[in-house]
Design a binder for this molecule. Structure first.
Ligand code: DX5
Ligand code: ZN
Length: 223
């Protein structure tokens, strides 16, 4: 799969009282909308669930053909995957640290005809991917400790991204390598050069007044 629109804005940093206009403010600059689901147990914060995702999916229809990229920062994700699939997610990403049977969960996501992503916290080594990488559509490398927007990028994750790129070249060249947390115009180039091809940006998009410019600036910073 080819990733052309490579910034995935995270709605976590958007104004939740005006989500429709927040999505509209992106113009046609993006393909992926990143949706951060937190349960107050896997991470120390609570956000929203499938009902709100379904509202976002309906609200966004007017403004483009988005891919809804659902990042589940929750324990026992198997219990909720069906609901997130039915809500309209296109990609469902689960955390390796929240799972006992990673292979089974990936199959469950695919049984709903959704793209399957596996997320790794900053401290989680990438060797866990060695066998399962061929069954994944995406790996999400967390470059902050999950739970909050607006944190600083953890530099050592660049090495992990590069290692995952090597694994992907060997076992799954179409794999999307997504990086999430602390991405700015100052560091996106080094993240791209390490091997990532989809970049989550919360504050770097929604905390700026001009969102179209914010996305374009991130794109330009890679060149
Ligand atoms: C953090 C979330 C991120 C967050 C990124 O746990 O997974 O998607 O919204 O926000 P920024 O880009 O501000 O670090
Ligand atoms: Zn996220």
């Amino acid at each position: 799969m080819k990733v052309e629109k490579i910034i995935a804005p995270s709605l976590l940093s958007a104004d939740f009282s005006d989500l429709k206009n927040e999505i509209k403010s992106l113009g046609n600059t993006v393909e992926y909308l990143h949706l951060d689901i937190m349960d107050g147990a896997f991470v120390p914060n609570i956000t929203f669930g499938p009902i709100i995702i379904n509202g976002i999916v309906k609200a966004a229809k007017e403004f483009g053909d988005f891919k809804f990229d659902t990042h589940l920062m929750i324990n026992n994700p198997d219990n909720y995957i069906k609901q997130f699939a039915l809500a309209g997610s296109d990609i469902i990403t689960v955390h390796a640290e929240a799972l006992t049977h990673i292979d089974r969960t990936i199959s469950l996501i695919k049984s709903f005809d959704k793209m399957a992503g596996l997320a790794l916290n900053p401290a989680t080594p990438c060797n866990i991917l060695k066998y399962v990488i061929r069954n994944l559509d995406m790996v999400l490398v967390m470059s902050v400790n999950p739970g909050f927007g607006g944190q600083s990028f953890i530099e050592y994750t660049l090495e992990k991204i590069a290692r995952i790129r090597k694994l992907a070249d060997e076992y799954n060249p179409d794999l999307i390598i997504q990086v999430d947390g602390g991405i700015t115009t100052n560091n996106i180039k080094s993240i791209y050069e390490a091997g990532a091809n989809l970049f989550v940006a919360g504050s770097s998009v929604f905390k700026k007044d001009d969102r179209i410019k914010a996305v374009k600036d991130l794109n330009k910073a890679i060149l």
